[in-house]
Design a protein around this ligand. Sequence first.
Ligand code: SAH
Ligand code: SF4
Ligand code: F3S
Length: 477
Amino acid sequence: MSLPEFRLTAANAAPVTTDHKPLRRLHMITWGCQMNVYDSGKMSDVLAPLGYGPAESPADADMVILNTCHIRERATDKVFSELGRLRVIKETRAAEGKQTILAVAGCVAQAEGAFITERAPYVDIVLGPQTYHRLPEMVARAHRAAGPVIETDFPVEQKFDFLPETAPSAERAVTAFLTIQEGCDKFCSFCVVPYTRGAEASRPAAAVIAEAKHLVARGAREITLLGQNVNAYHGAGADGRDWGLARLAYALADIPGLDRIRYTTSHPRDMDDDLIAAHADLPALMPFLHLPVQSGSDRILAAMNRRHTADDYRRLIEKLRTARPDMAFSSDFIVGHPGETAADFEATMQLVRDIGFAQAYSFKYSPRPGTPAAGSPGMVAEPEKDGRLAELQALIRAQQDDFNARTVGLEIPVLVTGAGRHAGQINGRSPYLQAVHMDGPVSLTGQVVPVKVQGLMTNSLTATLINASPTQERASA
Ligand code: SAH
Ligand code: SF4
Ligand code: F3S
């Protein structure tokens, strides 16, 4: 750690706003996973006491934060191309006598560090995902214009101990993210996350429960617990023992008003019996699980260092379906990992046919600097990867369409998330994360209502309210 510890105190966090009008404006550009979305929210919260309120566009912003993702190819190029655009805006504003602080955050910032300010000297701050609790101090240093501020150490303190609660001005959202675990010790052959997010660390259960209660008090009815390996969660519990994710889920399910709990992303190896039992016991735990398997070939799973077989995964899905028969699954797949043959790819296709996914994401393998697979022999040619990806995506699309079609005619509980695009229309979310549109009053926002699914759109369902009175999902699910 190169810097003295920074704490948000009454002195340095004193609001500099009057009558809630922001003195300064912040524009946030967020790429990557849900954790980056959560982090962007936290960065806004940390800066709110300094008088920063939201800016619609970078041209209106006194500070722009680009929160980046490093997971696949050309991540760094994409950052520099966006920075080029922001540079023009910064220069235009400078000509009008306005200062603009430009910060690069997230996983590219962590991976590239000072290289970013070497190539783009107009960037004021580069900060990794573990240091954003120190943003106020970084901003102060950037204002003093003593050269770029670069903070990519993994500090000894946990940033969560220094973050303020979600700012009262933040938009009231019916669905919310909550990071409970961060970092990864799994070191899959292809993946940068252990290097950009650091070692696995879990937040204490009491801190998670307090944040969940705060979110519920602010209107959240569905909380998605986040972690790079969320089911490896092992936070200190109130009883002095380490709690696993199952124990935490039981505690969260007791919070009045918290109707729905989800968690992502899980690793098959950390899916223990307690967590499977929690799916049987807790109606609030939604019957939809993103459980990435990456490949259906044991040879490739071994090369990927996933440390389980395709049959282990099949058995796991079976156990979960036994515990909760209405459970649906999604996954991530990589095609063209080094060494993947046509037969390995066929094993992946077979696994997909065997499981039947409600949805899935698939990617072409992309070599990431510094990861073991990037230096492996047996690189798969690009046209071959393209062909496999197209074939896999067609199968996944067919399964997704089939899954959606099977919900037509069913009565399902939908969490109303707000007004729809057309007058009189409202939007909601099914237990399976499907977007649902229906006619109804906006006053139902935040309630779980029973609907009948009437039809399919490309990526959503249309439905009618069964009656306008809210239902208890716990009773109806
Ligand atoms: N922590 C999660 C996901 C991390 S990244 C997990 O363990 O599953 C999200 C997805 O991006 C991964 O599941 C993987 O399918 C994909 N991915 C990661 N690295 C990749 C790479 N080098 N090339 C292509 N896809 C990759
Ligand atoms: Fe990456 Fe594997 Fe860790 Fe997931 S489990 S974040 S894919 S290293
Ligand atoms: Fe991307 Fe970092 Fe998330 S690399 S996927 S933003 S953990």
